[in-house]
Structure formats: C-alpha cells, structure tokens
Design a protein around this ligand. Structure first.
Ligand code: URP
Ligand code: ZN
Length: 459
C-alpha cells in the first residue's frame, strides 16, 4: 500500500519528460509509471502539471548578521517561503567570527537552524582565515558531511577576506578531500579604491553604486580564481555570477579544462542597473550588483552553452526599514535581496514558458545540477525510486502576479513586484509530506533535517 500517488502528471527529470504517475511510500519515491490500480491511502490528480524534483537553493543567508543589521528571514520564515516557491533543500553558510573555528561555526549555525527549518538543509563552511590547522579542519568537515567551502575575495573590513594564497591552497586541499571551493569573486583592491574615490567626489547616491564594483572587478577575480583552480587541480564554484564578462572568463576556463562551475540568479538574468536610478534603488543593491541588459543576455547565453550550471538566489533579505539605514550613502546599504520564493516561478516563466530553456534544463539548473555538485544526488535532485520524495508540482498555466503581499518571505517588497509569471508551484512535498498546498504553507518548523553531504559529483 502506497501513501500517495500523484496521478496523470508529466514527470520531468534532468534528461527527459514523460507521462507517468508517481507513487510515494515512507517518504521515498516508490514507483514511477502507470500505476493503474496500485492501492494508495491518497491520490492527487495532477493532470496538465509537471512533476519535478524539488528545488535546491544552494546559496542563502538566513538571519545573517551583516552590514550592521541581521537579514530579515530567519530559518523559519525563509524555509517556509522556500517551500511555497517549490524549494525543498537549501544550503546556507557557517561563517566563523574572530576566534571561532569553522567547525565551531557549523555547530553554532546548526543550533540556530535545526529546530527551525521547514525544509532540509545543509551548510557550506566559510574559511575566514587560513592557518596550519586549516587542512585538517577541512578534512574533519568533509568527514562530518560538509564538502563545500566558501571563500570571500572581498569583505576585508568584515574580516572575511581570503587572499590569493589562501584561495590556491584551499582549492588544493579541498580537491584532495573530494571537496569544492566556492568564491564570492570581486577584486577587493579595485572595489575598495573605486568606492573610496566615488565617496570623496561626493558621488554617494545609489546611482553610483554599480560604478563602485563594475563588471571587470568581478571578471578579473573570477579569472584569477580560475587560474588558482587550474594551478592547484582544485574544483571551483563561482557564487552569484552577475556579468557577461564573468561568463566569458568561465567559458574560457572551461575551454582550458579547468574544473569550474558557475551559479547565477534570476535577479541577474532579469533585472538591470537602471533600477539604481529610481527612489527604490537601494532595495536592489546586492554584491555583485545587477548589471546591464547586455549582461542579462550574456548570462542567458551562458546557460544555453552550459557555462552556467546552477540557478540559486543568494537570498539575503532586508526590509525597507533596514535598507533605509543607507541614509543616502550607497556604501552603507545593507547589501542583499530576497529571492528564495520567486526563483523557480520566475525561471519557469521567463525560461520555460518563453521557450528559452526546455523542462529538463529547468530541472538541471534548479535541482539536479546543484544536487550533484553539492554531494546530494540522487537522494535530492532526482525522482529515482528509493530516493527522498522531494517533489514540486508545477501548473504551467497558472498565472500569478508577484507581490510581496501574497508571498511568504519576511520582507516588505519583492524585486519582481507586479511581474505576472506563467507557471507556478501548486504542491511541494518534502520526503512525501505535502508542505505547500498551492496557497499556504502546511508544514512545521523542524520538519527539515540537516543533510550530511557526500563528495562533489562533477557534471
Ligand atoms: O550582497 C550580498 N550578496 N549579500 C550577502 C552576502 C554575500 O555576499 O553573499
Ligand atoms: Zn557573496
């Protein structure tokens, strides 16, 4: 006896789509096919809908102390919103402060997250300093189930910045352990000096923000990180890639055979820097910045060419009151944007519904590729029998006009406010349990589990 059958849908995997029912038992995918009279406690008719593996958002910052405040979504509100947007797994960060080891930061972050999470989650371990002990710390983290590490090439003032040697050596050590290093790639010297000069010249308005960290600031750092991956034999992941020039650098690295992967976000694909000239400009300020329409086009091309493999969000939400801390000076903006709930719908609408990408590519970008790269496949990111029944059911004809008022993120604006998206999740299942019913979140804080992850699986 199955617990649930999703009947008459179209199943989508990373390589194909086909008409099938999906049977769930004990939180796992039990059967995929025409299930006819197979008995089940519950049946849901999902005709006309796509049944896909739940989304993975591998770049979030819940309740992050940052820019003099704390990001507005905590592990309850952020994971609840994730579920309402079809996301069933996220990976957040443990960032050690002064005098704290990466493992201690992981333990503290788990204390914050474990009782609260409504979906499954993992952690990347950030290294904010690199000592003789760091290689052993990395080994310990891999054994614990954390094979991915974050290095910030900027944020010197926060005490987070990694220099070139750290980057090279961390890539080398991570590779020996089956791990991967992800970077926030911006050239700190240019970013700091350009910011200082603009401020000195009195160019402090939000319209000057993109000029404080232009595309070449990102592209140079990406190219340099790729060089260190090449030299060390390491595997490199570019978090939140924003620019066409950065995409060119990744394409070049891949041509040279470097193990480099890149993530972008719907904000970088769909929004542009004209927004910084509007009164709401600070709401759109994140690092690296959203850029020009030509960058949107190049990033979509990067997806088509396979140079961009993952869509994530860098979800780091600040509400209007927090954003108001900028007081007219772009360098004081709390940097970050919300996105975890809107990412899949906007990609579906702007990607699948417009014909830019096909359904298997949607599954690869949002689910299968991040699951493979971050050591969770096939348990996550697939609908293979015996794996976790993390499922999103998308109705391709459902039209929703996005507005923060109807979304579940703990923030009083939406970067895509007013956008009518075609295609929307109508059910989200976490390990077989419905946690989003098409209108409301119906799960519980604590439904989620911490995921111990395995080695990186190259794409
Ligand atoms: O501006 C951003 N992206 N804030 C979050 C921290 C980071 O850089 O990922
Ligand atoms: Zn970042």
């Amino acid at each position: 006896m199955l617990d649930l059958i999703l009947k008459n849908g179209t199943v989508v995997t990373l390589s194909e789509q086909f008409a099938a029912d999906v049977g769930v038992a004990d939180g796992k995918i039990a059967l995929v096919g025409r299930l006819g009279d197979v008995p089940a406690r519950e049946e849901m008719d999902v005709s006309g809908c796509f049944v896909m593996p739940g989304g993975l958002d591998v770049h979030t910052h819940m309740q992050l102390p940052f820019c003099g405040t704390v990001s507005a979504d905590d592990f309850v509100t952020g994971t609840r919103a994730a579920a309402c947007g079809g996301v069933t797994t996220l990976i957040d960060f443990a960032i050690p402060g002064a005098g704290v080891t990466p493992m201690e930061a992981v333990v503290r972050r788990r204390e914050e997250a474990d009782p609260k999470v409504c979906i499954d989650y993992g952690l990347h371990a950030a290294f904010t300093k690199w000592t003789d002990e760091s290689p052993d710390q990395m080994r310990e983290l891999v054994e614990y189930g954390i094979p991915t590490f974050k290095l910030f090439m900027v944020y010197r003032n926060e005490g987070w910045m990694a220099d070139d040697f750290v980057l090279y050596d961390a890539l080398r050590v991570a590779a020996e352990r089956g791990g991967m290093v992800g970077v926030h790639a911006e050239n700190v010297f240019l970013q700091e000096a350009l910011t200082e000069r603009l401020l000195k010249e009195g160019k402090i308005g939000c319209e000057y923000f993109p000029g404080s960290r232009p595309d070449f600031v990102e592209a140079e750092a990406i190219a340099r990180a790729i060089r260190w991956a090449e030299a060390s034999g390491g595997t490199l992941y570019i978090f939140h890639m924003s620019s066409g020039m950065g995409t060119d650098a990744v394409a070049d690295g891949k041509r040279r055979g470097v193990h480099v992967y890149a993530e972008t976000a719907m904000t970088y694909l769909q929004l542009n820097d004209e927004l910084f000239k509007t009164p709401d400009g600070p709401l759109y300020a994140t690092c690296p910045p959203i850029r020009r329409p030509v960058d949107n086009v190049r990033l979509w091309q990067g997806i088509a060419d396979g140079d961009v493999q993952v869509i994530a969000t860098d979800h780091c939400a600040f509400n209007r009151e927090q954003k108001a801390m900028w007081e007219g000076n772009f360098s004081k903006i709390p940097f970050g944007m919300p996105g975890i709930e809107t990412s899949l719908p906007v990609l579906f609408s702007e990607g699948v519904s417009t014909g830019r990408i096909d359904l298997p590519t949607f599954v690869k970008l949002t689910s299968a590729n991040p699951a493979r790269l971050f050591g969770l496949y096939p348990e996550k990111g697939s609908l293979q029998t015996g794996t976790d029944a993390d499922i999103v059911v998308f109705d391709p004809e459902k039209v929703v006009t996005l507005t923060y008022e109807n979304l579940h993120m703990n923030v009083d604006y939406c970067p895509f406010e007013g956008l009518a998206v075609r295609g929307y999740p109508i059910k989200t299942l976490l390990r077989g349990k419905v946690i989003y019913n098409g209108t409301d979140f119906v799960g519980q804080p604590g439904d989620g589990r911490f995921l111990k992850r395995g080695p990186v699986q190259p794409l």
